[in-house]
Write a protein of this length. Structure first.
Length: 581
């Protein structure tokens, strides 16, 4: 199985189709927005027509009833216009919310799984900010300008109906503003600003995550200079883009004002030579300003449009990296064997093989200890066994079925995993043990805690199983967090339990509880794989795999392998496993 192969299914939905489907779900709202925009633009003629009637009918006839009648009519039309604008704005906000609701779960799942594919760990909230950017743009005046742009020819046509030169003046102004819009697009489309913003956010998140070490070792001042350089580069790029957009926005505003005065001047010239009525002076000025208003709004919101478009492109790339998987046919829960067949793997984003041509077979009830020096490929093997990484070649099978035949969420029920770096999630102890399963069975939670030997420790906490762990488990010590994570790995008695250095933060009592938990899994017919540097971690296993430079050095019964790699007699006192190197 190659990395390009889908680990969790064989059929994939194209990401472009996913985004198109999300937009298609809002098709009715977009159509309604278009219809409302059409009615709004028709009602926008109210001001021009009102002025035309006042100057050409009311003033010459000196008719107050006519003035009152068209005044009442104009007020009614303006009220209708206001209601339509209110409805259109609310529809656009709800389009953005609907799009967010459709895509947010998919984006979240992709963010969580993305590090297993490309190795990205920084700026994990970036895709969600991209989705927020798209939603915010849809709720702004930017889309309003897009819906109003098709009406520019209508307004220009009416200007031409008033008089050829009034229409020509407005058309020349429209062409100039469109050119300014294109120049704005060209100068503000700057990927450098986006890249620098991502680097800036990544440094912030990394510094916050490593706050303890940075403060303790006096590194804050050193890194402040580095942060200032990154921030200055970002601000300089942002300033250039903002200056370009702001400059063209100011120019377009001035040109609109000049154009309005120019149309007034042209209208006055035509009236002087009796080629147009006096009302056309004001009506033409209003219509020309209205014709160019969408262009002016588009320029004013161009940065939001560019940001939303770039965010949309990044979302498309994100979804393409990890396409949606088809749901494979459900298989029986695994109960017998775990087989590793000639697997090799390279970490995401790295070309070097860290595990090479590894094969082994485990039967139900086996416990495997994996030993070896640092960087020998032990944790990489663990990540493959739990389907976090896909093998570059070879395959891993449960009861003869390769892991890609299982849906990820279904496969996860049969796997218990305690990673090397333990980090619990914000929530209660019970929620963390139950893997945040909705309506979790309290008896299953207590059973997992009892198997991990952590029940007494939990009930001694202030609120017992309802104790809030806090963000990143800050309410617990490292040892407590590791033991609760062990209970999480044992929840619902999974078939395969993989423990990566499970006793790195444990005391003697914790080591004894760990050994008992390993024996308990084996006794019920499960399989345990323990990655270890300390001998006490593998006290409960019957098999040992020794690794070095990504290859298997020895595999077999524990005493035989330890005697071979540690150069001691079977049954003698265990030595630190780092001697394997």
């Amino acid at each position: 199985m190659t990395r390009a192969t889908n680990r969790f299914g064989t059929r994939r939905d194209a990401p472009a189709a996913e985004l198109a489907a999300a937009l298609a779900s809002c098709r009715g709202a977009f159509v309604a927005t278009g219809l409302i925009s059409g009615m709004s633009n028709v009602l926008m003629l109210t001001g021009a027509i009102f002025m035309l009637e006042v100057y050409d009918r009311v003033l010459p006839s000196r008719s107050v009833p006519t003035l009152v009648g068209i005044g009442i009519l104009a007020v009614g039309l303006y009220v209708a216009l206001g209601l339509l604008e209110l409805i259109r704005g609310r529809i656009l906000v709800r389009i953005g919310i609907s799009l967010d609701e459709t895509l947010s779960a998919r984006v979240y799942q992709t963010i969580v799984r993305l590090p297993s594919i490309v190795g990205l760990r920084n700026d994990g909230s970036g895709p969600m900010r991209d989705l927020d950017s798209v939603r915010s743009f849809l709720g702004s005046l930017g889309p309003v300008a897009l819906f109003d742009l098709p009406w520019i020819p209508v307004y220009l046509g009416i200007c031409f109906a008033f008089h050829f030169w009034i229409g020509m003046t407005a058309s020349i102004g429209a062409v100039v503003l469109v050119i300014l819009t294109l120049l704005t697009e060209w100068l503000t489309l700057n990927s450098t600003t986006t890249r620098l913003a991502q680097s800036r956010n990544a440094m912030l998140e990394t510094s916050q995550r490593n706050s303890e070490a940075l403060v303790a070792m006096g590194m804050v001042q050193h890194l402040t200079g580095r942060w200032s350089k990154v921030n200055q580069d970002y601000l300089a790029s942002h300033r250039r883009a903002s200056d370009a957009a702001g400059g063209f926005g100011a120019i377009s505003k001035v040109l609109r004002l000049m154009l309005q005065s120019t149309v007034l001047g042209v209208g006055a010239y035509l009236v002087i030579y009796q080629q147009a009525s006096a009302g056309i002076i004001i009506a033409g000025s209003i219509l020309s300003a209205r014709a160019l208003a969408p262009v002016d709004i588009a320029i004013a919101h161009w940065r939001g449009w560019v940001a939303a478009r770039q965010s949309w492109d990044r979302l498309r790339t994100l979804l393409a990296t990890l396409p949606r998987d088809a749901e494979p046919m459900a298989l029986q829960p695994p109960q017998r064997t775990v087989i590793v067949e000639n697997v090799s793997v390279t970490p995401p984003g790295v070309q070097k093989l860290v595990v090479r041509d590894l094969s082994l077979k485990l039967q139900h009830g086996n416990g495997l200890g994996v030993i070896g020096p640092s960087a020998s490929g032990k944790s990489s093997l663990a990540r493959m066994l739990v389907a976090y990484w896909a093998p570059t070649q070879g395959k891993i099978c449960f009861d003869g079925a390769s892991l890609d035949q299982w849906a990820p969420d279904i496969l996860g029920r049969y796997i218990g995993y305690l990673p090397q770096d333990v980090e619990l999630l914000s929530g209660t102890v019970a929620q963390n043990i139950s893997r945040f399963e909705p309506d979790a069975d309290p008896s299953a939670i207590r059973a997992a805690a009892a198997t991990a030997g952590v029940h007494d420790m939990i009930v001694s906490l202030e609120d017992g199983y309802d104790t809030q762990i806090g963000e990143r488990g800050t309410a617990l010590s490292a040892g407590q967090a590791q033991r609760i994570a062990l209970a999480r790995a044992l929840y619902h008695e999974p078939f395969l339990v993989v423990l990566d250095e499970p006793n790195s933060n444990l005391d003697a009592d914790g080591d004894a509880a760990l050994t008992q938990a390993i024996l308990s899994v084996r006794a019920r017919g499960g399989i345990v794989v323990v990655i270890a540097h300390r001998p006490t971690a593998i006290a409960g296993v019957d098999l040992v795999l020794a690794m070095k430079h990504g290859r298997a050095v020895a595999f077999g019964p524990k005493d035989e392998v330890l005697a071979k790699v540690l150069h001691r007699e079977p049954g003698s006192q265990p030595q630190p496993l780092k001697a394997v190197s």
